[in-house]
Design a protein around this ligand. Structure first.
Ligand code: KIV
Length: 265
């Protein structure tokens, strides 16, 4: 396996090869993910919920993100390493530059991810102008859970679907080099993946995105509480964590995951 860069992932989109992404929060899981050939690893602020046991991602601090990113970086060799900018750490372009530079310089991230559309365009511009690659995140934005009134599918009506599509195009124009689309109808995700030239990675966004991401604990069936529709547990029958991760990678590459059962209309 060779080193994955943003250019590699762009090439995969152009060639129609599905991109695999999983979250990781430590070196050991990262080694397992790498051995399975995962293309990209996301140090998600989901760590607030699955590692720290918090009710949402909101309490996660920049220090905690830097710490976990550094742990993951030590186990990483080939995959593209993306780190989430946590809640209220990118309220202004200046603050975003400071957070992103810590994630890259101290954590070893290759790219940072932030949630939001039109309100983040100037920040995305500033980050990319300073050589910081940005992955945008649209659809369900977990850092806005209280504003949204819960973890709900987004873009179900014409007006909100149009807004998400316009935000996606504006983010690409502002310099974003990747987009995560969470919990949106499959048809909308397919359309956005078609019109953007940057890779679109879906979670609860149907099979027609350029790639897929899941929280690693979810795909191993060890997340407590209600299982979201878009999650598939790859552990049954796999025999080992390594085999389950390999099964996920194969299923995404062969477009066997997600199915309708894991998607929204
Ligand atoms: O924090 C996270 O793990 C994420 C993914 C679920 C996309 O943002």
């Amino acid at each position: 396996m060779s080193r994955k860069t943003i250019a590699t992932l762009m090439q995969m989109k152009m060639e129609g090869e599905k991109i695999t992404m999983l979250t990781s929060y430590d070196a050991s899981f990262t080694r397992v993910l790498e051995a399975a050939g995962v293309d990209s690893i996301l140090v998600g602020d989901s760590l607030g919920m699955v590692v720290q046991g918090q009710e949402s991602t909101l309490p996660v601090s920049v220090d905690e993100m830097v710490y976990h990113t550094r742990c993951v970086a030590r186990g990483r060799h080939e995959s593209l390493l993306i780190a989430d900018m946590p809640f209220m750490s990118y309220g202004s372009a200046e603050q975003a530059l400071s957070t992103a530079s810590r994630l890259m310089k101290e954590g070893g991230a290759h790219m940072v991810k932030l949630e939001g559309g039109a309100s983040q365009l100037e920040t995305v511009r500033q980050l990319t102008m300073n050589g910081i690659p940005v992955c945008a995140h649209l659809g369900l934005q977990p850092q806005s859970v209280h504003k949204l009134g819960g973890y709900r599918v987004q873009g179900k009506d014409q007006e909100s679907a149009r807004e998400i599509k316009e935000d996606a195009m504006a983010l690409e124009a502002a310099g974003a080099q990747m987009l995560v689309l969470e919990c949106v109808p499959s048809v909308l995700a397919a359309e956005i993946s078609r019109v953007l030239s940057i890779p679109v990675i879906g979670i609860g966004a149907g099979v027609d995105c350029d790639g897929q991401v899941l929280v690693v604990y979810d795909m191993l069936g060890i997340t407590s509480g209600r299982k979201p529709r878009f999650v598939k547990d790859f552990m049954p029958g796999a025999g080992s964590v390594q085999a389950a991760v390999s099964a996920y990678v194969q299923a995404v590459k062969e477009k066997r995951f997600p199915t309708e059962e894991h998607s929204f209309q």
